[in-house]
Design a protein around this ligand. Sequence first.
Ligand code: ADP
Length: 301
Amino acid sequence: MKIAILSRNKNIYSTKRLKEAGENLGHEVDVIDTLHCYMDISSNRPTVRFKGEALPHYDAVIPRIGASVTFYGTAVVRQFEMMGTFSINESVAISRSRDKLRSMQLLSRKGIGMPRTGFAHHPDRIDDLIKNVGGAPVVIKLLEGTQGIGVVLADTQKAAESIIEAFMGLNANILVQEYIKEAGGADIRCLVVGGKVVAAMKRQAAAGEFRSNLHRGGSASLVRLSPQERKTAIDAAKTMGLNMCGVDILRSNNGPVVMEVNSSPGLEGIESATGKDIAGMIIDFIAKNAKPNNTKTRGKG
Ligand code: ADP
């Protein structure tokens, strides 16, 4: 098969591993810089152009679209879908999962566990917003943040009010969430491929920190999932319509709660924590599913 990895950087771990795994399994794999692709969208024969030439036909694409390039990146994926190329994650599913509010509304509609969460832009009654998720301590998140930046723990009602006011002053969309104290600064990253959890790791925050992001000094270890945790991760991936994703779960007193679903999960942390060849599993899934026009929406969504 001919596979394209859409990635801004061919030297990062996940991209390198996917290319290597694809080639080891006998496929031809190109890495294409998403932002350097351009397209004639008015033509009746959709193509993607790159460095002065139309790209050849690919059987499948693996989008590795960073949060900052979602808008353009999903348009490129959509163009490939219109050409009948199979995308491991569809453009509509990527867009859906990138919108945190939409994601949480969809997960909640399906009855998937999540922390009590409120969102707001300019509430007149900040006290009520806080009260509604159970009162302080609460976690306040800037919607645009990644890697734990813009995620703040407010211990008291007063602190929560002033942080929310400060974010409001910046005209930001915010999310106010019940603090899952019993998670003890740990979360669980489940990697879902083709409706199965293929690997899971526990990330533990550094001492004195509640955010477990590896970028913030968190450490990863192996974890055994309960059947309920496994089901929660699978249901979350299915709700978002993602064939491959990372589902972040907190262990709460009320069972597993989903914090986030990531459509371009990094492979380095989870491959080294579990010793599994996840890149190989992703390529296997593609080999089994990349029939022409097998992307459900074919760019229509
Ligand atoms: P980002 O997407 O920027 O990584 P997250 O929402 O995943 O932000 O939050 C970063 C980290 O903070 C999580 O991995 C988790 O360890 C911790 N955290 C986030 N929300 C909560 C919460 N409601 N209760 C307890 N810990 C949380």
